[in-house]
Design a binder for this molecule. Structure first.
Ligand code: NI
Length: 174
């Protein structure tokens, strides 16, 4: 397993729409392991493949609490097939936008169909943090970031800040 470098805002790769996977093989399972290792190392509770630069519709999530056993789930070609009218607000962050957090309102419950790491079709009904995490990560597969759900004023400020940081990083490399 390898920890991969994270793609950070404002890299245009994050705006790419990811493509569905046609099959789940050992290569994909190895990628899932790398994604989990990268996520745990960060640390984070969810990671989409595009966040390490790979445009597959694939994500990993572990919403277990600190005092609980690890509970990683690999979602391949996840699709939201139902969502509740009831909404919930969570403070969200993103490994591609480090150290920035903002409250986002989303449906409180979602039903998601996906393929698991063994290539089996699965369905999950999620609420609470897992529901929010799934929606945040599935957004990534469509090139959508959580800052797209906050005000334009706040979003412009974050993008500006991260654009400056990226420029500073690039000039350090020269
Ligand atoms: Ni994210």
């Amino acid at each position: 397993m390898t920890i991969k470098p994270l793609v950070l805002l404002p890299d245009p790769v994050l705006r790419k729409k990811s493509d569905p996977l046609e099959r789940v093989d050992d290569e994909i399972r190895a990628l899932a392991d790398d994604m989990l290792e990268t996520m745990y190392d960060a640390p984070g509770i969810g990671l989409a493949a595009i966040q390490i630069g790979i445009p597959h519709r694939m994500l990993v999530i572990d919403c277990s609490k600190e005092d609980e056993d690890k509970a990683p789930i690999v979602f391949i070609n996840p699709e939201i097939v139902d969502s509740s009218d009831e909404r919930a607000v969570y403070e969200e962050g993103c490994l591609s936008i480090p150290d920035y957090y903002a409250e986002v309102e989303r449906p409180a419950e979602v039903k998601v169909e996906f393929i698991d790491r063994d290539g089996k079709a699965q369905q999950i009904e999620a609420d609470g943090l897992l529901a929010t995490c799934l929606q945040h990560e599935i957004d990534h597969l469509n090139g959508v970031l959580f800052i797209d759900h906050i005000s334009k004023l706040k979003r412009d400020m974050v993008v500006k800040k991260f654009t400056k940081l990226a420029k500073a990083r690039n000039s350090e490399r020269l």
